[in-house]
Design a protein around this ligand. Structure first.
Ligand code: SF4
Ligand code: MG
Length: 338
């Protein structure tokens, strides 16, 4: 069967006064129906730009989707080339989005009921009373009690966690095949984060909606994802199943990310080990491996030639010279892996 979403060689740049920032540099991945794909990486790695490009939410100008990029949704729609009016049929209807901060994405002047029914009325030919009943069902689905009364409330009358539940209800209103969740829990406190993750996982299983989860939080990834892609400096550096990425990672950048995750047994105030150094300037990306300046294993070849993906096993691949058959054998750092 064809994947629900097939992204091929996606390249997105921002044309700025000082030059062109190559934010996304040839990203490819697929998402199957009902699958949860996590895209992880530090801020500025291009994960959010990738997600927003799938919804065509990056303003153009200054952004440009480069020639040769392809985003095929549901086997037929070429999103990379769609007009804004075509996109309006897809956005919210076929593909839903959950943002980091519900306060900036909910309309403060409209009741919850009016916001949820707006999308339903726009995309589906139903009576207002039917849309209202559906909105009430959705609020119940996302675990809000007194759904009928909630429909009459405004966003400011709700807590942060409740607003994120409303955001999730809103994203599900038209029964999308794919949800894109960009840092869905980052703005919430830890206990609420856990509730929202449970809710998303529960809804994903009930509705079999595919999800692209964008996050820097590997704890969230472990809870939900089937498949993971790791991005660095606008490229995918490693891809694999959840277990492959967590237990058999083959890229030093992935090792670094995993070492900056709090262990379950550690105190949450513990200072996490972060990867020393900063990502390269994407006005002028390096010729060789983009991670070389921060990589403790960098070799001469790394400075000269950007590695392609090496196949580790099945669909598990890593873009690192250490996976070349002639490379020196390097042990994974302690504390990660099985
Ligand atoms: Fe490090 Fe070289 Fe691998 Fe890049 S290719 S991650 S510099 S070892
Ligand atoms: Mg972001």
């Amino acid at each position: 069967a064809k994947p629900l979403l097939e992204v091929k060689n996606l390249r997105v740049s921002f044309k700025m006064y000082a030059g062109e920032v190559q934010a996304v540099r040839g990203v490819s991945f697929t998402v199957d129906k009902g699958e949860v794909l996590a895209i992880v990486g530090e801020s500025g790695c291009g994960k959010s730009v990738t997600a927003q490009t799938l919804m065509r939410l990056v303003p153009s100008p200054p952004s440009v989707i480069k020639e040769g990029s392809s985003i095929v949704f549901d086997g037929e729609h070429e999103i990379a080339k769609m007009s804004e009016s075509q996109m309006q049929h897809i956005r919210g209807n076929e593909i839903g989005m959950i943002f980091q901060d519900p306060m900036t994405s909910l309309n403060p002047t409209m009741t919850i009921g009016a916001q949820i029914t707006e999308g339903i009325l726009k995309h589906q030919k139903v009576k207002k009373s039917v849309a209202m009943a559906r909105a009430e069902e959705l609020l119940t689905l996302v675990g809000m009690s007194n759904a009928k009364e909630r429909l009459q409330q405004y966003p400011h009358e709700l807590s942060g966690g409740m607003r994120q539940r409303v955001m999730i209800a809103l994203s599900l209103a038209c029964g999308p095949k794919l949800l894109i969740a960009d840092e869905p829990t980052t703005a919430l406190d830890v206990t609420i984060q856990a509730q929202i993750i449970d809710l998303m996982r529960d809804i994903q299983q009930k509705t079999d909606t595919a999800i692209i989860l964008i996050t820097h939080d590997l704890g969230v990834v472990a809870e939900m994802a089937h498949k993971v892609i790791v991005m660095y400096a606008g490229k995918v550096v490693e891809r694999g199943t959840l277990d492959e990425i967590f237990y058999e990672p083959r890229h030093p950048y992935t090792w670094g990310l995993l070492r900056s995750v709090p262990r379950l047994d550690s105190d949450k105030n513990v200072e996490l080990e972060s990867i020393p150094g900063t990502p390269p300037d994407l006005y002028a990306p390096p010729v060789g491996c983009a991670f070389a300046a921060r990589c403790p294993y960098a070799m001469k070849v790394c400075q000269e030639i950007d590695p392609d993906h090496f196949v580790i096993h099945g669909d598990h691949t890593a873009a690192c010279w250490l996976n070349h058959q002639d490379a020196p054998k390097v042990e994974m750092p302690v504390g990660i892996g099985r």
